[in-house]
Each structure stands twice: as C-alpha cells, then as structure tokens.
Ligand binder design. Sequence first.
Ligand SMILES: NC(=O)c1ccc[n+]([C@@H]2O[C@H](COP(=O)([O-])OP(=O)(O)OC[C@H]3O[C@@H](n4cnc5c(N)ncnc54)[C@H](OP(=O)(O)O)[C@@H]3O)[C@@H](O)[C@H]2O)c1
Length: 382
Amino acid sequence: MHRRNFLNAAGVAAAGSVLGQGSKPVAAQGAGFSKTSTKPLKVLMLGGTGFLGPAIVETFLDTGHDVTLFNRGITNPHMFKYLERLRGDREEDHGDPDLSALRGRDWDVVIDTWQKGPKCVEDTAKLLSGHAGAYFYISSIAVYHNTAFRVRGTKEDARLSDLEGHPINRKPHEQVYFLRKTLAEKVLQENFDGNVGIFRSHGMRGERIPLPRDEPYWPIRIWRGGKVLAPEDGQTLAQFTDIISLCRFLVTCAEKELSGPYNVMSRPFRLIDYLTAIKDLTQSDAELIWTSQNELAEFGVKSGDGALPLWSDEPEGRYHFSSEKAFSAGFANRSLSASAASMLEGYFRRYPNDEFRFAEATAEYGMLPSNREAEILAALGH
Ligand SMILES: NC(=O)c1ccc[n+]([C@@H]2O[C@H](COP(=O)([O-])OP(=O)(O)OC[C@H]3O[C@@H](n4cnc5c(N)ncnc54)[C@H](OP(=O)(O)O)[C@@H]3O)[C@@H](O)[C@H]2O)c1
C-alpha cells in the first residue's frame, strides 16, 4: 500500500498531529482511551521532550489531566509551548543542580524518565517527598539480575542486579545503564514518602524512535514488500513494550493510586503473528521466506545479533518476561497491528520518501541492509 493510502487508512491526519507540536490538543483526541478520573490530576513530568516523554505528556493531556514539564529547555524546546515549562538542571556539570523551580510546589503525580546518574533521582525524590502523592519512575527489564534472562516468566519479585560496591553517582558515564536504572529504583524507594510506581519496560516501540538508527525494521521491511528474509519457522517468541499501552497504564495507575513495581510489556507472541499482522495492516505483497538457523548462520546472521530484530532462538529468557501483574491491575496491551501502525506513522513522517536504509550508515548496529538481504535470498535460490 502506498504511504499516503496507509496514512489515510490508519486514520492519521497528514498535518498537525506530530506529538508535542502545534497547538494544545483537544482532550482525548484520537486517543481511543477515555478519562476515568473525575478530578484532573496535577502531573509533574521530569523531562518529557525526548523519545518517551512526549507520549506520556500527550496521554495525560488526552485523558484530561494537567501537566507541567521540568527540564533544561535544550531537547526539542519547541515542544509543549502551551504547557507550563519549568526550567532547571538535575546535573552538576555546570555547577550545582538547579531544582529551585520545583520548590514550594505540590503535585498529585511526578513522572520521571531519568536514565543518567541515579543521584539525580535521589535529589528529586527527596525534594518532592511530601509535595507529591506519587512518584512514577520509568525503569527497564535491565534492572534484573542475569539469571532472570535465562528463565521463563520473570516476575517483579525476581532478583535484581547486585548493587554492592556501586555508589550512587551523578555522572552517567561513571556507571553502566543497568546499574544506573537499578540504583535509581532503590534511591527512589528509600527517599520518597508516598506511592512509588516503578514501570519496567521491555524494548519500546512507538511513533518516535530513540536514535536515528532505530527505525522499525519489520514494519518498514514488510510494508516495502517483495521477498522478505525471515528467521526459522516463525514460531520463536518475542516481546516488546508498546509505548501507547505503557502510557495508558501510567494514567490508570495515577488515577487508581496504584504503586509498586510492574513489568510492562506484551505477552510473548510468535514472530509469525507479528509479521503477518504487519502484512495485513499494510496490504503488502511481502512474501516471507522462512529460513533455517543453519542457513542464516552461513551468511553470518545469528539469533540475538539484531540483524533480524525480535528473533531469539532461546526457549526462555529475554522474550519471556511476565507482565501478568500489570494486566491484573488494568494494563491493556494494544494489538500488534496497532503498534506497527504507530511505528509506520512515525517512519512516514520522518522519511516521507522512504529514504531510510537499514544499517548502511551504521553498519556496526547490525540491522540487515537491504542489499545484503537480497544477496542472501539470491544465494538461497529465491
Ligand atoms: N528505548 C527503549 O527501548 C527503552 C527500554 C526500556 C526502558 N527505557 C527507558 O525509557 C526512558 C526513555 O526516556 P527518554 O529519555 O525518552 O525521556 P524524555 O523525558 O522524553 O527525555 C529526556 C528528558 O530529560 C531532560 N533532561 C536531560 N538532561 C537534563 C538535566 N540535566 N536536567 C533536567 N532535565 C534534563 C531532557 O530535556 P533537556 O535536554 O531540555 O533538559 C528531556 O526532556 C528511559 O528511562 C529509559 O531508561 C527505554
């Protein structure tokens, strides 16, 4: 299906609907998720203008809540001009952290996406303790101990990364990601007196991407059509976190005053179901060429190396986390096809002429370049 037809079919207005831009949205516009709380919540968004934050802000606005942002005004400063935007700096690179704009203010819910030094979370948790009913932190499955990645159904009470000997640093480069996230969870729980919500996400998929290299492989590849190299027989399982579903769950937890850690991701799905959903969504002529692990290995394509994303040959581990606790608390995961539609909407906005080429600019990242895929298919006789 042509890009314009796809956008029309998906009900996406061509103009003015880019997240965080334009004028203030009408509440619940296009969200398909109705407000359940009677009183608007006062939400403080720490950050809010990067990859995930804009979707959180939009979802709270769409459900009738009031959002104030706190950041330095460096990342996407054009966003959310119609909202209250407090300025400050949580790091000390240029002097002491400046949190003065947060003092003397009260909120119902604070939402924090911080992924740099955990000391910055300790600072805000202390400062906002007693001034906010809840503090929600966006975390990651990276906080779990290695053992959690070798079993099926890891739940929230599984062992976390060992923290002994690891200080609470402020500078991000002093600690690896999984330690920063695990320490941030810990200092938040120790220093905030109120409801603490911790949302451990899997790989996130949505309209936005974290980095230019992260364009969504399967939706784009299948939408482009033709013969598509696909791993094994499609029965391997995968999992991801749909950003809209996560954001809606944050609203649910805020409105219901829920707390505690939650794994937030889809239930494991078969890769064939995901690829078929994209094919149906896009009305693509893609022909999936299921190829054995051994044949792929001959061409240097291996499970887990990212060349063919969401492919793991392991019967447990990375794509087997349990999000049943979240489902019981009201988490509703959107369909695979709805997630793929969001990813393609974002892609078509960024690349209206479909110019993106996988991995060609950043070969080390590993997503299969189209010329390499064509070579492999030809060598396999397709
Ligand atoms: N990508 C994935 O697949 C994945 C998977 C699991 C979990 N996660 C988690 O998802 C989250 C993604 O968050 P995001 O980065 O997209 O959040 P975001 O809230 O959209 O963006 C980061 C915000 O932090 C602000 N900021 C940066 N430095 C600051 C400072 N010194 N003082 C005050 N504000 C500052 C930035 O604005 P300014 O620069 O203007 O200050 C920006 O608004 C992270 O927690 C990550 O660990 C991601």
